[in-house]
Design a protein around this ligand. Structure first.
Ligand code: DAH
Length: 357
């Protein structure tokens, strides 16, 4: 009995994994295990012998069983220990790094504006930044000696002496894309044209390169009322407020007749702009009904079609919405500024999910 005991206790403590341990258990106390067989032999013993051997065998079986379960839990503990060691995690480490870049406010606002007008059925059109003076001026009813040409502080492309071809300019506004879109797509048409424009000007609210969005809607039954609704809808969505009052002020642009400049009701509280309330008005865009001469230049029959157009400064509405005081900082590429005013690169602005979360 002592031999059995020693043999199995040694085997149990030597078992390095559960399978080996189970093997030992079967060999010792399983149905045909050595100890079980010994217990069967009890029947062949004399009552005296049985009285001694019976309890001793039972005690041995109990001892072996408890040694097995002790070893089993020791093995489980060791396995857990091992796993904890390999899966060790330093919870004090910083979390997964954020993407290093941010979306520039101009890109963000361009996306926001595009999302809003896309919801109203406007497609996006683009045109070249180096533009012929015909597209930039003549086609828009700004002939050579029109004062508007001088007012625009135009950058002219270099021409060699004696080169008498019509000059090219860095486009001074996105309005030439109106003409190109009409020529390419015909009527009816609904487009917005976001992009870079250039004028020779530099101060807190002017940079030689800035951004505009042009809007154009042409059909057989379009009126100023449609223009007004679209712009109100746009301003409400863009500034993310329920109510905005717009003021249409009679104005003059060569490419629209009648023309209106649009102001929004606002207040300035300690330099903080609030849109939709207060006693101030803020000019945000120019607009009007497209001039028949402009329709003609775009190859569209003004007897049959009419429509509205508007032009709006992206940088300006970005400054207003996001409280950015100096336009020049937009283009300084200062990383601290970009991190502060930039937007999360994976948040796509949409009208239904929110523009500027
Ligand atoms: N092109 C004008 C500018 O750059 C803005 C503008 C005003 C565009 C009225 C339009 C418009 O389409 O109808 O100042």
């Amino acid at each position: 009995m002592d031999d059995l005991r020693e043999k199995y206790l040694a085997l149990i403590s030597a078992a390095g994994d559960e399978a080996t341990l189970e093997d030992v258990r079967v060999r010792a106390v399983g149905k045909k295990g050595e100890i079980s067989l010994k217990m069967r032999e009890l029947g062949k013993m004399t009552p005296d012998e049985r009285q001694v051997a019976g309890p001793a065998l039972n005690a041995l079986k109990t001892e072996i069983n408890s040694a097995i379960s002790a070893q089993k839990s020791a093995l489980a503990d060791a396995a857990l220990e091992e796993r904890l060691k390999s899966e060790w995690l330093d919870v004090t480490l910083p979390s997964r790094p954020r993407p290093a870049g941010t979306i520039h406010p101009i890109s963000q606002v361009t996306e926001e504006v595009t999302a809003i007008f896309a919801d109203m059925g406007f497609a996006v059109a683009e045109g070249p930044q180096i533009e012929s003076d015909w597209y930039n001026f003549d086609a828009l009813n700004i002939p050579s000696h029109h004062p508007a040409r001088a007012e625009m502080d135009t950058f002219y492309m270099h021409r060699d002496a004696g080169d008498n071809r019509p000059p090219h300019v860095l486009r001074t506004h996105t309005s030439p894309v109106q003409i190109r879109s009409m020529q390419q797509r015909g009527a009816p048409i609904r487009v917005i044209c976001p992009g870079r424009v250039y004028r020779c000007d530099y101060d807190q609210t002017h940079t030689p390169m800035f951004h505009q969005v042009e809007g154009l809607a042409i059909d057989t039954d379009i009126s100023m009322a449609n223009l007004k609704w679209c712009l109100e809808e746009f301003v409400r969505s863009y500034f993310e407020v329920d109510d905005v009052e717009l003021r249409f002020r009679a104005s003059h642009f060569p490419f629209t007749e009648p023309s209106a400049e649009v102001d929004i009701r606002c207040s300035w509280d300690k330099g903080q702009l609030k849109v939709g309330e207060g006693d101030d008005w803020l000019e945000i865009l120019g607009s009007g009904m497209v001039h028949p001469k402009v329709l003609n230049a775009g190859g569209i029959d003004p007897e049959k079609y009419q429509g509205f157009a508007f032009g709006l400064g992206i940088d300006r509405i970005a400054m207003l919405k996001y409280g950015i005081p100096d336009l020049r900082a937009f283009f300084d590429s200062d990383l601290r500024w970009l991190r502060h005013y930039g937007f999360a690169s994976l948040d796509q602005p949409t009208v239904h999910a929110g523009l500027s979360r």
